[in-house]
Write a protein that binds this ligand. Structure first.
Ligand SMILES: Nc1ncnc2c1ncn2[C@@H]1O[C@H](COP(=O)(O)OP(=O)(O)OP(=O)(O)O)[C@@H](O)[C@H]1O
Length: 297
């Protein structure tokens, strides 16, 4: 199956600073991918590279098997909703839908009309008069009605209140269920990912920290709690993602596919949030010996 996004040694430099560095990953089709990382991690840079708004400084990226933005066919396959949900403030909702129809060969007018109606939006209302949540919903409608194979959303819900956020995510998940759609969306909010994503990409400090199937990641990461222990002395197949210690006790998050047999450890499951935070908090492996995060209390 063609990867939705495949990157090899991908990097983007602004001036002397790498915004994204040495990123290699492959995301299978048909997934809802959560891209998460702290401010300045490189999320927008990666999404902009994926939709061809900017060109890589190093490495390669292919999207649905093609070069981003390389011609009308490639453009038609990818929908992109940028971070600030850019709309034309002076144009009405109906104008936006007409513009969508003019610009996109695969435009589904009926779908767009139905969504606007269900959202209770007046088609005559100007975009500049909409609330943040309504603007985000209109931008999502434009992205979905284009009927892309891949929809890229850059922090679509960051400015919304919890209710509007839930409505937005519901609309997105309905579109995923109704259409054969892959989605990549970035967020700071791990709670949004927890409910919706089946694939996770964590960036921090311009580098990839982890990427993979969400269920698989949850199944292979564990929290170990037990008497204080040097994390460097764990079996080689237990990769320590993070470690924190009190005088007597150690708490580790480890990645392993093997069972943990040491009876000194109490082993518990990690949540997606635990996992994301553990990777987000840590410097990249090249910069730090195991464990990658060690907190003394
Ligand atoms: N056009 C630009 N010119 C110079 N530096 C840039 C530019 N765009 C991004 N950067 C820098 O690249 C790095 C990554 O930025 P990026 O916007 O990709 O991060 P992000 O993870 O999307 O952040 P946020 O969550 O705050 O939106 C940051 O250090 C940022 O300052």
């Amino acid at each position: 199956m063609t990867a939705v996004v495949a990157a090899q040694g991908l990097g983007k430099k602004y001036g002397r600073r790498w915004a994204l560095s040495d990123l290699t990953l492959e995301v299978p089709a048909g997934r809802v991918v959560g891209l998460v990382g702290p401010n300045g991690a490189g999320k927008t840079t990666l999404l902009s590279l994926a939709c061809g708004q900017i060109a890589p400084t190093s490495g390669t990226i292919t999207v649905l098997g093609g070069t981003p933005a390389a011609g009308p066919a490639q453009l038609a396959k990818v929908g992109y909703v940028a971070q600030d949900t850019p709309l034309y403030p002076g144009l009405s909702i109906a104008d936006h839908l007409r513009l969508g129809a003019r610009l996109n060969p695969t435009w589904d007018h009926e779908l767009a009309r139905r969504r606007v109606e269900r959202l209770g939006l007046d088609p005559a209302r100007r975009a500049g008069r909409l609330s943040g949540g309504q603007r985000a919903q209109l931008a999502l409608t434009l992205g979905i009605a284009k009927r892309p194979e891949l929809l890229i959303l850059d922090e679509p819900v960051s400015a919304l209140d919890p209710l509007a956020r839930r409505e937005f995510m519901r609309g997105l998940m309905e579109a995923v269920a109704d259409q054969e759609l892959s989605v990549v969306f970035s967020s700071h909010l791990v709670s949004d990912l927890e409910r919706t994503c089946d694939h996770l990409i964590v960036l921090a400090g311009s580098r990839l920290r982890i990427s993979g199937d969400a269920e698989e990641l949850l199944a292979t990461h564990h929290r170990l709690t037990g008497p204080r222990r040097d994390p460097g002395r764990l079996p080689a197949d237990q990769h320590v993602v993070s470690a924190s210690h009190t005088d007597r006790q150690s708490t580790l998050i480890v990645r392993t596919t093997a069972p943990i047999l040491d009876p000194a450890w109490t082993v518990s499951q990690v949540s997606l949030e635990d996992l994301v935070l553990a990777y987000m908090d840590t410097p990249p492996p090249a910069a730090a010996p195991r464990p990658v995060l060690e907190i003394q209390r």
